[in-house]
Design a protein around this ligand. Structure first.
Ligand SMILES: [Zn+2]
Ligand SMILES: [Zn+2]
Length: 494
């Protein structure tokens, strides 16, 4: 079966691993390791850096515009090399890659110029500092070294592949980096652990069969105590989004997916329980098809009442199976976001009507939440996150909202002003880590600005808390999936 590679961490300093019977896989067999060992990456300076822009185009007018713009960029900014391209959902994508720069700063300068041109011309689609624009180190130099606790060298090489029949424990691995649940945790991985020099330090990659990964994803994303019909729906959604986007999220990097919110949460096999395995087995190889194409079945924690459409969060494209949708039994559309945020809609993810089970109580406050800033704190935060000095913040003005009420363009006014585009950027700028969602209204009181918000996550596709409550009310996996991805059908694919 297909093996999937997931980035677990890129981490500075020494990392501790422990395992029974772990060994390094070499062409001539396995070299045994002690029960505890340490790994770090060091050595030469990184060689060079490239700046990359993700280029997308389909047949519509907006995309022709983008195509013309990217040609213009190629001209102005001397982009010398185009990346390989691939086609997904009728959209062609490829990376436009700059020439190599000797330092991160030079690559960043180039990217700033490119970004400014794109933003000026094509503001809506830019995802500032994530996704579309990245700086990519050419394969970092250096070696990975394994030592004993006392520092005695055991092994060294550019790429080390480790394996143990019982799994390998990565001590105090970073989990949920840059989000509000960030912490460290011991994680266990079965299959292969690959160690390479990374951008920040040691790059840790886990490699395993796709179905084993999916069983672990459903217990990482959601509790294994959940009803099995929900876990089946979650597994199908996770399999669909992996199958539909494989290769797109981390193009050119030595892994397919990362283990954070960017791709899908994956915290190893340590949390695997019989119910997650049952859900993976009962749906093995199944995906949702929409008009003959594998549906990219996105999902998020709590929609807050309405699900968001794909084009408001990512590319200018709207798959038919991810429509604007009320997460309840009625058919309705959002007409007044500010009013709705202060209401208690009778939807599947509202804990008032569908109390969350004990193991998800922590998620109840995210259905409706509040966050308050002192003006001074907010002013500092905006400067820190945007790099722009606009003086004391006076007002936050939502300029555009998606169909779920999520703000997609926000103006921050001070003595000068700055405009933030994209739901994730808005969440990032208005928080030390990330706001739960960009669906909020703004209240100004003396010396303070208060946000009243709804939902947790981007809101596209399946609402995990809503789906969980549907399963608790006796709905089947098929019914849940039909609700969130209308027009799709389950097919055994591999
Ligand atoms: Zn990722
Ligand atoms: Zn919901």
């Amino acid at each position: 079966m297909f093996n999937i590679r997931i980035k677990i961490a890129d981490i500075a300093g020494k990392v501790k691993f422990s395992s029974h019977e772990a060994g390094i896989v070499t062409p001539s067999g396995k070299v045994k390791l002690p029960e505890e060992f340490y790994a770090f990456s060091g050595g030469e300076e990184k060689l060079s850096y490239q700046a990359r822009l993700l280029h997308l185009h389909s047949e519509d007018e907006a995309d022709k515009h983008w195509l013309a713009l990217s040609r213009q960029l190629t001209d102005k900014l001397k982009i010398v090399e185009a990346g390989e391209r691939w086609v997904g959902r009728g959209i062609e994508r490829h990376w436009i890659v700059s020439s190599n720069y000797g330092s991160f700063t030079e690559a960043a300068d180039f990217l700033r110029g490119a970004k400014a041109t794109v933003e000026a011309e094509y503001r809506y689609r830019t995802e500032v500092e994530s996704g579309i624009f990245t700086i990519y180190p050419e394969m970092p130099g250096g070696l990975v070294t394994l030592t004993t606790e006392r520092g005695m060298e055991l092994h060294s090489g550019k790429t080390l592949r480790l394996e143990s029949p019982d799994g390998i424990v990565f001590s105090q691995a970073p989990v949920g980096e840059t989000f509000h649940w960030e912490h460290r945790e011991d994680l266990t991985f079965k299959g292969i652990i690959e160690l390479r020099p990374g951008e920040k330090g040691l790059l840790v990659i886990a490699e395993m069969p796709l179905e084993e990964y999916l069983a672990s994803v459903n217990s990482s994303e959601m509790s294994a105590l959940s009803p099995v019909e929900f876990l089946k729906a979650q597994t199908l959604a996770a399999r669909g989004t992996v199958a539909a986007t494989i290769g797109c999220h981390h193009y050119g990097e030595p892994f397919h997916l990362c283990n954070g919110d960017h791709c899908q949460c994956f915290y190893g096999s340590g949390r695997l329980e019989s119910r997650s395995e049952q859900a993976a087995e009962e749906t093995a190889g199944q995906v949702l098809l929409y008009q003959g194409i594998i549906a990219d079945t996105r999902y998020a924690k709590t929609c807050g009442g309405f699900t968001e459409t794909y084009d408001r969060v990512w590319e200018n494209y709207n798959p038919g199976y991810l429509p604007e949708k009320y997460d309840g039994k009625r058919q309705e559309k959002l007409t007044n976001a500010e009013k709705y945020i202060q209401e208690n809609p009778h939807c599947w993810c509202n804990p008032k009507y569908h109390p969350y089970p004990e193991y998800y109580k922590y998620a109840e406050p995210w259905f409706r939440w509040e966050k308050e800033f002192y003006i001074d704190t907010l002013t500092d935060l905006v400067e820190l996150k945007t790099g722009k000095k606009i003086g004391t913040v006076k007002r936050l003005v939502p300029l555009e909202r998606g169909v779920s009420g999520r703000i997609t363009r926000l103006r921050i006014e001070g003595e000068r002003e700055v405009e933030i585009c994209g739901e994730l950027n808005i969440r990032r700028v208005l928080s030390d880590s990330h706001l739960p969602s960009s669906c909020f209204l703004v209240e100004e009181t003396s010396g303070k600005i208060r946000l009243k918000g709804a939902g947790w996550g981007h809101g596209v596709g399946m609402c995990q808390m809503g789906a969980l409550n549907m399963a608790i009310s006796g709905k089947s996996c098929e019914e849940i999936l039909r609700h969130y991805y209308p027009g799709t059908g389950i097919t055994k694919f591999f």
